[in-house]
Ligand binder design. Structure first.
Ligand code: URA
Length: 208
């Protein structure tokens, strides 16, 4: 049963990867080809209870095809370490799968193009907890799960948790600051560390 499930999930995720790789209608696809870099689909356990969703890949991520492997990734790793969660037991991705030039914020039209792939990743992996990293994924995920009424600025919403229903069961949404915001800001890093304690409660040290 688990093996079948594993095959189905892997196959479905491969399809997402293939489609993003060939997403010619995206302007960011053209940037990717021009710069000879990679799309960043996501990484981690396909049975993860916890999914982290960032904004868009940075330079290092686009070079390697791996999410959160640059300076914000180092912060994410240290936060996971602080709650004794192994990164390979969670799933890490971002809404936008191609790097916006000069790391600018993604445009709404870019979020519209890539979000359906994120939706599919959520349906495939069926996380019990979705931790959003930064305001773009917070806004998208809270709206997607009918939580628009609770949506405030990230400084008011971070570290709270919200229950929502999905086609596969209940999910807890935890909005968090983006780790990049904490690179030169120790106070914000401390806040993130504190907020991560909420995730600890949901964390499983072994995959399902
Ligand atoms: N920031 C993101 O939002 N995603 C990444 O993969 C890296 C940095």
């Amino acid at each position: 049963m688990k093996r079948d499930n594993e095959k189905n999930r892997s196959r479905a995720l491969r399809l997402v990867e293939e489609e993003v790789t060939n997403l010619k209608k995206s302007v960011l696809y053209l940037e990717r080809i021009k710069n000879g870099v990679l799309p960043v689909i996501g990484e981690g356990s396909i049975f993860a209870d916890i999914m982290f969703i960032g904004e868009a890949p940075g330079r290092k991520e686009a070079e390697t095809g791996k999410p959160f492997c640059g300076s914000s990734g180092k912060i994410l790793d240290s936060l996971l370490e602080s709650i004794e969660v192994d990164r390979q037991h969670v799933y890490v991705t971002s809404i936008v799968k191609d790097r916006p030039p000069k790391n600018r914020d993604p445009f709404p039209a870019e979020i519209d193009i890539y979000a359906p792939f994120l939706d599919r990743q959520i349906e495939i992996i069926q996380p019990k907890v979705i931790a959003t990293l930064g305001r773009f994924s917070m806004i998208y995920i809270m709206q997607k799960f009918g939580l628009s009424g609770d949506l405030k600025t990230i400084s008011l919403t971070h570290g709270k948790w919200f229950e929502a229903r999905t086609g596969y069961g209940k999910v807890t949404i935890i909005p968090l600051y983006h780790p990049a915001a904490a690179i030169y800001n120790q106070k914000l890093k401390d806040t993130l560390k504190k907020d991560f304690q909420i995730i600890k409660k949901y964390a499983k040290k072994k995959p399902k």
